[in-house]
Design a binder for this molecule. Structure first.
Ligand code: CDP
Length: 211
């Protein structure tokens, strides 16, 4: 079984995808980490993230980088959304994600274009969303907890800028696949969101089996 989970920054897609992976016993790939690894490599090599050739040169990063906790910081996320807009960067990371999706026994992947590009034939697709206010609140709480000195307004502006970049790019923009179930987590606890996600997946899988 292949499960595709897409959605914007801080929507809760990563948490939901990890919980689904545990529930169904599937291997999970956080595809955002791949773009974050490209971003970190661009920075480390002092390349220009807005130049496609520079960003492509950063796609042959070592796999050990994926375990580096600094990939998860906010700066790297911002830079990831810049390098991920280059079509050749997306092409360079495509086969790796498709291979992961098609492994025997199935898989779950989360990102921006899983249901639309990486696994269009997935057995279940979720599009996880929440208002930008709620997502900024979550991200702000997380940052403050980790000791960052940043205002809520700044985080909200960053989230909106990232949404615009991710949704506005020409190649594989962030968009809900026609056959994905939308899950709005704005007023849901994590437990409630995960329970709803499991219901959606079970319903989609059952509907496919009847076809
Ligand atoms: O967790 P958060 O949404 O903040 O970030 P992420 O999922 O790690 O993704 C970081 C950036 O990588 C996003 O803003 C996207 O621009 C890009 N990305 C993408 O283009 N396609 C994906 N499948 C996953 C991430």
């Amino acid at each position: 079984m292949i499960i595709a989970v897409d959605g914007p920054a801080a929507s809760g897609k990563g948490t939901i995808a990890r919980a689904l992976a545990r529930h169904y016993g599937l291997p999970h790939l956080d595809t955002g980490l791949l773009y974050r690894a490209v971003a970190a490599t661009v920075r480390q090599m002092h390349l220009d993230p807005t130049r496609e050739a520079d960003a492509v040169a950063a796609c042959s990063f070592d796999d050990s980088l994926l375990a580096d906790p600094s990939l998860r910081d906010d700066e790297t996320g911002k830079l990831a959304s810049v390098v991920s807009a280059h079509p050749l960067v997306r092409a360079a990371l495509l086969q790796r994600q498709k291979r992961f999706a098609q492994q025997p026994g199935g898989a779950i992947l989360d990102g921006r274009d899983i249901g639309t590009v990486i696994a269009p034939d997935a057995d279940a697709k979720l599009f996880v969303k929440a208002t930008s206010q709620v997502r900024a609140r979550r991200r702000h709480n997380e940052l403050v907890k980790n000791g960052a000195d940043v205002s809520f307004e700044q985080v909200l502006a960053d989230i909106r800028a990232r949404d615009e970049r991710d949704s506005g790019r020409a190649t594989a923009p962030l968009t809900q696949a026609a056959d994905a179930a939308a899950l709005d987590t704005s007023s849901l606890t994590i437990e409630a969101a995960v329970a709803r996600a499991i219901q959606f997946v079970d319903a989609q899988v059952a509907a496919k089996a009847r076809q």
